[in-house]
Design a protein around this ligand. Structure first.
Ligand code: F6P
Length: 327
């Protein structure tokens, strides 16, 4: 087993509420295990730029409740090149870093997987931090619960104005490749329809559903659209629907990056704390090249290549429930 004395932690990709809670847990459990802990700023970019900062117990005081990430984050083009990764490796070695805890999503773990194949002397363990909840090997990713609650809060408000004006709202939520936020928030707000990338959207079928609602005197509607839906998003589908069925006064609301901000929910703080703690335990046990997740209340280690492989995590039973209850 490798002798690990100094670990680094970073956040990468889109930020997610709860990342700070995970950093805190990594730092404090690292120290409890007798390790030195370094933070890398802006994910892989900070490795290349040698942007390292020593972290102590007090460095992570008063952050468990804060959204965003104190270590900052980025999507790093340079790390896609072997030359960028070589620079990153040299900086890690010159800083005597033996292992890394990487907090992020599929892009982060793709990078970690390649890096570990090229430089196996540096162990990497991952923590799922993304609002998208699109990783295999964990029931939930850090940030998803908060993001869904942010959407619910916004859509409840849109319902008020939709009902007052008798309007049809297309609400676009995040999820380039994943309908998780759309499906969970859509069910929770009682949306009339939920359009997600994992299923084909039949526009004529949607229009027929709206027509039926109109005939039943349904005066307002909310349709949740994942940004990666095959129709191209809320603006595009709204235009197509309006052309064929113009009875409703239609509006589009794109919620955007507001979904990534805010104080993490209780669930996200707990999940982040548990996974942060367990990531350090995993390194201490000699684990590497895996994402630490929580499935059915049990800690699970999933190799990076598997965690990012399968996008078909969406519960199709939830899709069915949403369709039946929206009628
Ligand atoms: O992966 C998280 C996520 O918020 C996606 O849901 C979204 O498609 C994307 O990031 C947006 O990325 P950016 O912040 O680069 O616009």
């Amino acid at each position: 087993m490798k002798d690990i004395r100094k670990i680094a932690v970073f956040t990468s990709g889109g930020d997610a509420p709860g990342m700070n809670a995970a950093i805190r847990a990594v730092v404090r459990n690292g120290i409890a295990n007798g390790l030195s802990v370094v933070g890398i700023k802006k994910g892989y970019q900070g490795m290349i730029d040698k942007d390292f900062v020593d972290l102590y117990s007090t460095s992570v005081s008063n952050i468990i409740q804060r959204g965003g990430t104190i270590l900052k984050t980025a999507r790093c083009e340079e790390f896609h090149d072997a030359e960028g990764r070589r620079k990153a490796y040299e900086h890690l070695v010159s800083n005597h870093i033996d292992a890394i805890v990487a907090i992020g999503g599929d892009g982060t773990f793709t990078g970690a997987h390649i890096f570990m194949q090229e430089y196996p002397d540096i162990s990497i363990v991952g923590i799922p931090g993304t609002i998208d909840n699109d990783l295999v090997g964990t029931d939930y990713t850090i940030g998803f619960d908060t993001a869904v609650n942010t959407v619910i809060d916004a859509v409840d408000k849109l319902r008020d104005t939709a009902a007052s004006h008798d309007r049809l709202f297309f609400v676009e939520v995040m999820g380039r490749d994943s309908g998780m936020i759309a499906l969970h928030s859509g069910i929770a707000v009682g949306a009339e329809a939920i359009l997600i990338p994992e299923t084909v959207t039949y526009v004529d079928q949607l229009i027929r559903q709206l027509e039926r609602g109109w005939l039943r005197n349904k005066s307002s509607c909310i349709i949740i659209v994942a940004e990666g839906d095959d129709t191209g998003g809320a603006t595009q589908i709204a235009e197509r629907v309006k052309m064929k069925f113009s009875n409703y006064d239609t509006r589009v609301s794109v919620l955007g990056h507001i979904q990534r901000g805010g104080n993490p929910s209780a669930n996200d703080r707990l999940l982040a704390t548990r996974l942060g703690y367990e990531a350090v335990e995993a390194l201490a046990k000699g684990k590497e090249g895996v994402m630490v997740g929580l499935e059915h209340e049990k800690i699970k280690y999933t190799p990076f290549a598997l965690a990012i492989k399968d996008k078909a995590k969406l519960n199709l039973n939830l899709v069915k429930i949403a369709e039946i209850l929206a009628m």
